[in-house]
Design a protein around this ligand. Structure first.
Ligand code: CP3
Length: 342
């Protein structure tokens, strides 16, 4: 019997939506914090195949999610192109910046990424051996725009101002950077698939700050290019795209990019998502992650609302963004029981 996530991605409407959760392996889980401490720090955990596989499996053992997502980070790929990457405790990622044409030219060639990223492929191989037969393994990468925002600013930012500035003042350098990330992403995802990833997902966390023609040029076009290249190599590979906070940009996104499923954040209502996005195929989402902190009747009510709104078509239940460290593991259990109708 085909795995439920793969059935939904193939367009099947299921009586109960399969379920997984963004950042399901993360700091809200005591067993994750223990394994991260054993690894030393977050990046050491990402590059340790045994321990990265272990934290990927932890939420599967605890909750029986229908999918496991490879434990890694979207910033490992730019790091593999050369710029230094580190995480400031309590603050987030820091990266050597890439803002001039000379710096783009000095990035390592795309073929060189595997030197750095081979432990990630080993994690995928371990997982494809160890996951339960019914669990789907999802690989991922950041979408080029979102990765570029970190490479250009050297850190996260609320408005992605530095990336917008480069786009508007030095389009040649900005486009060359986007193209390099796009090509590297195809190679990175291809190795994940060869190692055993059954689905891949593109995280465009900052897609919402691209407006008008910029959204078409830098959210839609690079995603479409990556999906076309992946489908040429792996015709049966399902691909999920997550243009977070795209708003009206969600409409037609699957058709324009070739994505098999569009992940919806919680800035839109599930009813709007069903009417405007699910009409084109599978959707994933979109419970507000705050419910994993607050729980109770509101969690149950809103989780049921998401299930009901998407009942008429293919749907994978998920949060609208990653679960946060303050979340209560008991609330995750309540969400799953609610979705599965227990
Ligand atoms: O979803 C999963 O469980 C799979 C693993 C995964 C991580 N990051 C682990 C992680 C995935 C898919 C990501 C994606 C990612 N990473 C995105 C896109 C999705 C999104 O959240 O918008 C982005 C923008 C990043 C970059 C990144 N990594 C930031 C900005 C931070 C710091 C913010 C934070 O949450 O701490 C990270 C760190 C990170 N990536 C953690 C985890 C579990 C926490 C690090 C820790 O354990 O200390």
């Amino acid at each position: 019997m085909t795995k439920t996530i793969l059935r939904a991605l193939a367009g099947e409407t299921l009586p109960t939506p399969p379920i997984w959760m963004m950042r399901q392996a993360g700091r809200y889980l005591p067993e994750y914090r223990a394994t991260r401490a054993q690894a030393g720090d977050f990046l050491s955990l990402c590059y340790n195949p045994e321990l990265a596989a272990e934290v990927t499996l932890q939420p599967i053992r605890r909750y029986g999610f229908d999918a496991a997502i490879l434990f890694a980070d979207i910033l490992l790929l730019p790091q593999a192109l050369g710029p230094k990457l580190w995480f400031e405790t309590g603050e987030g990622p820091r990266m050597e910046t890439t803002v001039t044409m000379d710096q783009v030219r000095a990035l390592k060639p795309v073929e060189a990424i595997h030197d750095t990223l081979s432990p990630v492929y080993e994690t995928v191989r371990i997982l494809s051996r160890e996951l339960p037969a019914e669990t789907t393994l999802i690989g991922f990468a950041g979408a080029p725009w979102t990765v570029a925002t970190y490479m250009i600013a050297g850190r996260g930012s609320k408005d992605q101002g530095a990336a917008h500035a480069l786009k508007n003042t030095d389009r040649a350098t900005f486009s060359a950077l986007i193209d390099r990330i796009t090509d590297a992403t195809v190679e990175y995802l291809s190795e994940q698939v060869k190692a055993g990833a059954e689905v891949v997902k593109l995280f465009d966390s900052w897609a919402g700050s691209l407006k008008g023609a910029d959204f078409e040029d830098f959210a839609v076009a690079p995603t479409a290019k990556i999906i076309a290249a992946m489908k040429a190599r792996f015709p049966d590979l399902p691909i999920i795209a997550f243009p977070r906070e795209a708003g009206s940009g969600y409409i037609g996104f699957a058709r324009k990019t070739g994505a098999d499923c569009v992940a919806l954040d919680n800035s839109i209502t599930p009813e709007w998502g069903a009417e405007n996005v699910q009409k084109d195929g599978c959707v994933q989402g979109n419970l507000a992650p705050e419910h994993m902190v607050t729980g109770g009747d509101a969690l149950v009510r809103e989780a049921r609302r998401v299930v009901d709104a998407f009942r008429g078509g293919p749907h994978i239940f998920n949060l609208g963004h990653g679960i946060t460290p303050e979340a209560d593991p008991e609330n995750v259990k309540l969400m799953i029981d609610t979705v599965r109708g227990a």
